[in-house]
Design a protein around this ligand. Structure first.
Ligand code: 5GP
Ligand code: ZN
Length: 115
């Protein structure tokens, strides 16, 4: 997608601090972190959000969660705990329309996921 911000990050047209990359997935630090650990994990393939996922994408989406597991260990939050958040669509407040999974941790997050 030509004008998609995260597609531009995938193509390295926009700089980012990448913490993981393979043929299908890239993970980078959120530009405006809300916690000491705030990483975005994205498929390189463009999906607007979860609504676009199809049967053929099951293994990619599954593998993203293995990558989340690996990054959480590397970032030192696997034992202390962390939150994985995916916004999807208008009411969620999704700002960037390229499917992404937030990994948020490194502090006590509390038990509310929604204020
Ligand atoms: P959303 O609200 O769509 O779930 O989250 C989008 C996230 O992308 C936000 O946490 C925001 O800080 C982050 N973000 C927006 N623009 C950029 C950017 O250019 N680079 C990086 N690394 N993160 C960005
Ligand atoms: Zn995109």
């Amino acid at each position: 997608m030509d004008n998609c911000l995260f597609c531009k990050i995938v193509r390295k047209e926009i700089p980012s601090t990448i913490v993981y990359e393979d043929e299908e997935i890239v993970a980078f630090k959120d530009i405006n972190p809300i916690a000491p650990v705030h990483i975005l994990v994205i498929p390189k393939k463009h999906f607007d959000s979860i609504k676009d996922i199809k049967e053929e994408d099951i293994s990619l989406i599954g593998r993203i969660h293995l990558v989340i597991n690996k990054i959480a260990k590397e970032q030192g939050v696997a034992e202390s705990g962390y939150r994985v958040v995916t916004n999807s669509g208008r009411d969620s407040g999704q700002e960037v329309m390229h499917l992404h999974f937030h990994i948020i941790g490194g502090k006590v997050l509390g038990n509310k996921i929604c204020q």
